[in-house]
Design a protein around this ligand. Structure first.
Ligand SMILES: Nc1ncnc2c1ncn2[C@@H]1O[C@H](COP(=O)(O)OP(=O)(O)OP(=O)(O)O)[C@@H](O)[C@H]1O
Ligand SMILES: [Mg+2]
Length: 247
């Protein structure tokens, strides 16, 4: 569905992404994990059209993406839920949600109301807060709102940049459960960027590990969760513990 082939992205002179190659299949939850500064957000931003790759090819449903054209990329069915959520604090929860569908609102598309109801089914907590300014929601509620807004664009593929950031474990669980539910309800493909490696690999089908802008490991998410170097580097499991667990 989405293929990257030897994609290289720079921030000015800084070469951030080095020959990134992977394919995301339809209906898959695909995780991208890695430490701070590994290039995860740059990678999502490159796909979403916020940054233009200097070399390489990105195709979506068999067609080359219009690099750097964020608006057109949304219309093709790729929606990015950015890091730190970027809710409009002064707008109501309702208006924040409808903003996600603004290109269809202009055409008075009746499906917008269906999508609105569907988002409230997925995140029932939001229903009682529709008139509240987005800025007054808790961190977890804001994350649900940001995902809901992403869904209002009717994406085929939704990209989430660290949805667990700053949230308590129970809320992270709730949000991750809703990602799985969302995939079923919408037939969506999910590209999930996370520093919470354990949580991400637990719900993903496949994953890559990014290290300093390169794909260091790739494979089945369950297998990566058991991988010794992943456990040591990202899950805080010491070498000894790994051996003891294996024994
Ligand atoms: N807009 C920008 N301009 C210049 N440099 C940038 C920009 N965005 C990111 N960088 C640099 O690119 C590198 C990768 O950053 P990026 O934000 O993609 O990492 P990340 O994996 O998302 O990190 P984190 O987990 O902290 O969000 C870092 O060295 C960062 O300082
Ligand atoms: Mg980031």
């Amino acid at each position: 569905m989405l293929t990257l082939n030897e994609v290289n992205t720079y921030h000015g002179h800084l070469h951030v992404l080095h020959d990134i190659t992977f394919t995301v299949e339809p209906g898959e939850i695909f995780a991208i994990v890695g430490a701070n500064g590994a290039g995860k957000s740059t990678l999502l931003g490159t796909i979403a059209g916020l940054y233009v790759p200097r070399r390489g090819v990105i195709t979506f449903q068999g067609r080359s993406l219009p690099y750097g054209r964020a608006e057109r990329i949304v219309r093709l069915g790729l929606s990015l839920v950015p890091e730190r959520r970027q809710i409009f604090d002064d707008l109501s929860v309702r208006d924040n949600l409808f903003l996600g569908a603004y290109h269809r609102m202009r055409r008075r598309d009746p499906s917008v109301m269906d999508d609105f109801r569907q988002v409230l089914r997925l995140f029932p907590r939001l229903e009682s807060m529709l008139d509240r300014p987005g800025g007054l929601l808790s961190g977890g509620e804001q994350q649900m709102l940001a995902i809901g807004r992403g869904l209002m664009a009717r994406p085929k593929l939704i990209m989430l940049d660290e949805p667990s950031l700053g949230l308590a474990p129970l809320i992270v669980q709730e949000i991750f459960r809703s990602l799985v539910e969302m995939r079923e309800a919408y037939g969506l493909t999910v590209l999930l960027v996370e520093q919470n490696v354990r949580a991400a690999l637990s719900i993903a089908d496949r994953a890559i590990v990014l290290e300093r802008g390169r794909v260091a490991l790739a494979g089945n998410a369950r297998a990566l969760l058991e991988d010794e170097s992943v456990r040591r580097t990202y899950l805080g499991v010491k070498g000894d513990d790994v051996h003891r667990r294996r024994a």
